[in-house]
Ligand binder design. Structure first.
Ligand code: GMT
Length: 375
């Protein structure tokens, strides 16, 4: 089967998920064609089954905003025709579902009928998509995709609450490739970051306001008053400078390391002792799941799809949104007792197993087959 995958090529969860899906399917014999504006960060080598087509948007002075979706839909048409593609799978509704719908229409003009699957990831619905400026277009493309999937029950419910949806939304959770992570044999060298007796707390995100970065620092500050800990802040984004100022003002600079965007997530999680995710909204929390595969318990806010991923009291704790004290207490409870910490670590890994790629991707494959049968 030949599939076009459209996604964001960046470190964000939707792009990571789409890339891991394409990589895995290509190894299973599918011919995968990524279409996006840059080679996705997690793709190192292209193979005969793994192609990448870059979308170029020529700059023209007349335009205040360059029309990316126009270039994307044209590129989709070209790739579908040239490689005889069977199916379009777009990740993140904006503007990918819109561009895919347009390319379907253009292809229909050429006598080609191709099904399209849209996977909703979170902010494309809850934050950006439901904004009145975009809502009509997002709703239209969700309703005109042959199949729509959401990465959690919570996101499906949010979509049905925020939009007038006539299509059935199937929940297919995010996943992790446990074997790939376990057998990658990455060096686990905590020594470069912290002494042996210091515990590592980690946060990974795009540092957008909804990640509540200052909550992380405030929570960490309380923990550090009782335990010998260091905080690793991985990623980059608009809240980073504010976070750095907070650390300076509170004399925390020696205990908080900002590592920036990193391709060494496995290496960092390997020696992490706890993961903090106090987000205001999180449709799934892929970063938390990646932490769990590395046996890192998660303390997070009780919002969105997080309760579907983190088992309260087992793989970590779900705390009321913004409750810094509760998060710090739970973190201290997990970390202060080595036996208890070990127990949480084991349970975090066990909880991640149900999201293994081998168990989840079958659901996408079934959907692909159904889409082709009903073409
Ligand atoms: O978290 C972000 O802001 C990035 C965003 C994205 O589209 O890459 O993440 C969303 O999709 C991820 C993959 O499905 C989910 O794990 C994240 O929970 C979701 N983010 C939000 O809902 C805020």
């Amino acid at each position: 089967m030949k599939i076009v995958i459209v996604c964001y090529p960046t470190f964000g969860g939707s792009g990571v998920l789409a890339t891991e899906l394409g990589l895995y399917l290509s190894k299973k014999g599918y011919e995968i064609h990524f279409i996006t504006y840059k080679q996705p960060v997690r793709i190192q080598n292209l193979t005969p089954n793994l192609h990448f087509h870059e979308v170029h948007v020529p700059n023209y002075d007349l335009f205040k905003y360059q029309p990316y979706e126009l270039a994307l839909s044209s590129k989709m048409v070209d790739v579908v025709i040239k490689y005889k593609i069977d199916l379009l799978h777009v990740h993140y509704a904006i503007p990918h579902a819109y561009a895919a719908y347009m390319s379907k229409k253009m292809l229909a003009d050429e006598g080609i009928s191709i099904p399209m699957i849209t996977t909703l990831h979170g902010t494309d619905i809850t934050l950006v998509g439901s904004h009145p400026f975009y809502k009509k277009a997002v709703q239209f493309t969700i309703n005109h995709s042959e199949y729509v999937t959401a990465v959690s029950k919570s996101l499906k419910e949010d979509t049905e609450r925020l939009f007038d949806i006539s299509n059935d939304i199937k929940v297919i959770p995010n996943f992790v490739d446990i074997k790939k992570i376990k057998y990658r044999n990455v060096p686990c060298e905590k020594g470069q970051i912290a002494p042996d007796d210091q515990m590592i707390i980690t946060h990974i995100s795009n540092f957008r306001p909804l990640k509540r970065i200052i909550d992380i620092l405030k929570t960490f500050k309380i923990i550090s008053e009782q335990l010998n800990v260091k905080l690793l802040m991985v990623g980059d984004g608009p809240e980073k400078e504010r976070a750095k100022r907070f650390c300076k003002a509170h004399q925390m600079e020696d205990k908080v390391l900002f590592l920036g965007r990193s391709n060494e997530i496995d290496e960092i999680l390997c020696f992490s002792d706890l993961f903090l995710l106090p987000s205001e909204q999180e449709s799934f929390g892929l970063a938390a799941l990646e932490a769990m595969v590395h046996s890192v318990p998660v303390v997070c806010s009780d919002v969105g799809g997080l309760p579907e991923v983190i088992e309260d009291g087992l793989s970590g704790y779900l705390c009321p949104l913004g409750d810094i004290k509760a998060m710090a207490e739970k973190a201290i409870y997990i970390l202060e007792d080595p036996d208890r910490h070990q127990q949480f670590k084991k349970q975090a890994y066990n909880s991640s197993e149900k999201f293994d790629i081998e168990k989840v991707v079958i659901q996408y494959e079934e959907l692909y087959k159904e889409a082709l049968q009903n073409k």
